[in-house]
Design a protein around this ligand. Structure first.
Ligand code: AMP
Ligand code: MG
Length: 342
């Protein structure tokens, strides 16, 4: 039986908010049929937005084709095209949006603008079967604790400056660590931290329900430069402090919201030490702890495709002429009518 005979519906999702250009395809029942990416790796330093955008433009045709091949469908089989409309880096967002608009116009199908942070939460719920979780979303560009209330994902606490993944990445670069065989810098810090034994005194900055990581990053880099501590000990101490800070905020939000599930999502979700800390506070509050699987933790097109399905089902499409990208589109500005509080 061919796909059209089964009358299955599909949404293609394009993710391009930062360093990854990724395309996913989801069917309307939540089956992920394709998820494929090309990552921009800077030659020096952090992400250069225009260089990353150039990478995305060059990678787009092959990544799109690969996704369609994985899903075994043709463009004409798609019901909708979703794209990450924000938040993110302007040139990167605009490149993904241009690809999405071109494809939607070419096959004459509706466009769905998806909030990247909402997508991280939705793919986490889809993959872990969490129904109404308190979510810690920690990645290269975002660190926030959210939970659903009254029509939106509300922010209970967040970083006041840099994101957790960015903190680990910048420290790793300053320590001279390099991307090895696709190993993210945060994972390199994790491997070294596992060999650390001694806690180096570093700042611990939680302000109300928010936290600050930039002072911790500077102090960790300075401690390493002074040479009094080993790289392993500084990695260990950086992780212990940063992860304890996000865990403290998560625990207080959990006590306040009385949610029964804790979900960890975003690229830093791969970290075993962070997982262990969150598992322990979840257990203390009798909440179930879940982690999004690795391939859906980091930025990915599948999460945009699936959130596109949810939004499309509620008629949330956007005309091409109004499909501007939104660089600072906060998660708590987005209505999520598909979420039903249990
Ligand atoms: P994302 O922004 O969601 O694409 O995630 C990328 C971020 O996740 C980068 O900051 C990575 O360094 C970080 N990351 C990936 N794996 C790990 C890990 N095992 N431990 C800590 N951070 C990680
Ligand atoms: Mg990324």
């Amino acid at each position: 039986m061919t796909i059209n005979q089964k009358n299955q519906q599909f949404c293609l999702g394009i993710e391009s908010t930062a360093d990854d250009f990724s395309v996913g395809i989801a069917d309307f029942n939540g089956e992920i049929l394709a998820n494929t990416s090309s990552a921009y790796i800077p030659e020096t330093g952090g992400i250069h937005p225009r260089e990353a955008a150039r990478h995305h433009a060059q990678a787009a045709p092959a990544v799109l084709q690969e996704a369609l091949t994985q899903a075994k469908i043709k463009p004409a089989d798609l019901t909708a095209i979703a794209f990450a409309q924000g938040p993110g880096l302007g040139p990167c967002l605009r490149t993904g949006a241009t690809v999405a608009r071109a494809l939607a116009s070419y096959i004459d199908k509706p466009l769905v603008g998806v909030n990247h942070s909402v997508a991280h939460i939705e793919i986490g719920k889809l993959q872990t079967h969490a129904k109404d979780p308190l979510t810690l979303y920690a990645s290269g560009g975002n660190t926030m604790v959210t939970a659903y209330a009254s029509g939106r994902y509300r922010v209970f606490g967040e970083t006041l400056d840099i994101a957790l993944g960015n903190c680990l990445d910048v420290f790793a670069r300053e320590a001279g660590l390099k991307h090895k065989k696709g190993l993210p810098l945060g994972a390199a810090v994790e491997q070294l931290a596992a060999k650390g034994k001694q806690l180096v005194p570093l700042p611990y900055v939680v302000k109300g329900m928010d936290l600050s990581l930039s002072g911790l990053l500077t102090a960790a880099s300075t401690a390493l430069q002074k040479g009094a501590f080993s790289l392993e000990d500084v990695c260990f101490s950086l992780q212990e402090n940063a992860f304890s800070m996000v865990t403290e905020v998560t625990e207080r939000a959990l006590a306040h919201t009385e949610k029964r599930e804790v979900l960890l999502t975003g690229g830093v979700a791969a970290n075993k030490r962070l997982q262990a800390m969150l598992a322990s506070i979840a257990a203390e509050h009798d909440a179930n702890f879940t982690v999004v699987p690795q391939q859906y933790a980091t930025d990915n097109g599948a999460m945009i495709a699936w959130t596109g399905v949810l939004a499309y089902t509620y008629g949330l499409t956007v005309p091409v002429a109004e499909s501007f990208v939104k660089l600072r589109w906060r998660v708590d500005k987005v209505d999520v009518p598909w979420v039903k509080q249990p």
